[in-house]
Design a protein around this ligand. Structure first.
Ligand code: HEC
Length: 163
C-alpha cells in the first residue's frame, strides 16, 4: 500500500515540475527575439539579383589572368604575416605546414604552404583557391579581404626555404 503512495507522490511531483516548466515556456514565447520570426517576410522585387561584391566575377575568372596587385615589399610581407595569424594559422599552423590546432583534425593535414608544390603555383591560382575554396578548403571570400589574401601569398613566398 505504502508503495502505491510513494508512486503517487512521484507522479504528482513530476506533473508539478511540468506545470512549472510550462510557465517558463510561456515567458519565452513572449520575448521579442521569438516574435521576430513570426513576422511576415518583406516581399522581394522579382528582378532582384544577388550582388556579392565580385564573388561571381572571381568564380568566372581564369585564375591564370589574376595578377597580384601588391608589390613584393617588406610592407606586404608584414601585412601578410598579420593576416595569416588572423585567418590561416588555426589550420595551417605557425610553421605553415598544416599542423595548426584545427588543422590537426584534417586527415590528410591541410597543405604545407611553403612546400615546393604549393609555391610553384601562380599567385592567381593560390588566391582563387583561398577565396573561392576548393575540395576541403573553406571559401574565405567574405572572411578574408582581397588585399589580405594577396598579402598572405607574398608572405608565404617570403618564407620559401626557411621552414
Ligand atoms: C578551416 C581550415 C583552413 C583555413 C582557415 C585555411 N585553410 Fe588553407 N587549406 C585547408 C585545407 C584542408 C587544405 C587542403 C585542401 C584539400 O586539398 O582538400 C588547404 C589548402 C590550402 C592551399 C592550397 C595549397 C596547394 O598546394 O594547392 C592554399 C594556398 C591555402 N590553403 C591557403 C590558405 C590561406 C592563405 C588561408 C588564410 C587566408 C587558409 N588557407 C585558411 C584548410 C584551411
Amino acid at each position: 500500500m505504502s508503495e502505491i503512495r510513494v508512486l503517487l507522490w512521484r507522479v504528482v511531483t513530476f506533473v508539478l515540475c511540468f506545470v512549472c516548466v510550462g510557465c517558463d515556456f510561456g515567458r519565452m514565447y513572449d520575448q521579442d527575439a521569438i516574435k521576430t520570426y513570426g513576422e511576415k517576410m518583406p516581399e522581394m522585387d522579382r528582378r532582384t539579383v544577388p550582388v556579392q561584391d565580385g564573388f561571381q566575377e572571381l568564380a568566372n575568372a581564369d585564375p591564370g589572368t589574376l595578377k597580384n596587385p601588391l608589390a613584393y615589399s617588406r610592407a606586404s610581407v608584414e601585412r601578410g604575416s598579420q593576416a595569416y595569424t588572423y585567418y590561416c594559422v588555426q589550420c595551417h599552423g605557425a610553421r605553415l605546414d598544416g599542423n595548426g590546432t584545427v588543422g590537426q583534425s584534417f586527415a590528410p593535414l591541410p597543405a604545407d604552404l611553403v612546400s615546393d608544390a604549393t609555391l610553384a603555383q601562380q599567385d592567381g591560382a593560390l588566391y582563387a583557391k583561398v577565396r573561392l575554396g576548393f575540395k576541403r578548403h573553406p571559401a574565405l571570400f567574405s572572411t578574408v579581404p582581397a588585399e589580405d589574401a594577396w598579402a598572405v601569398i607574398i608572405y608565404m613566398r617570403s618564407l620559401r626555404g626557411k621552414s
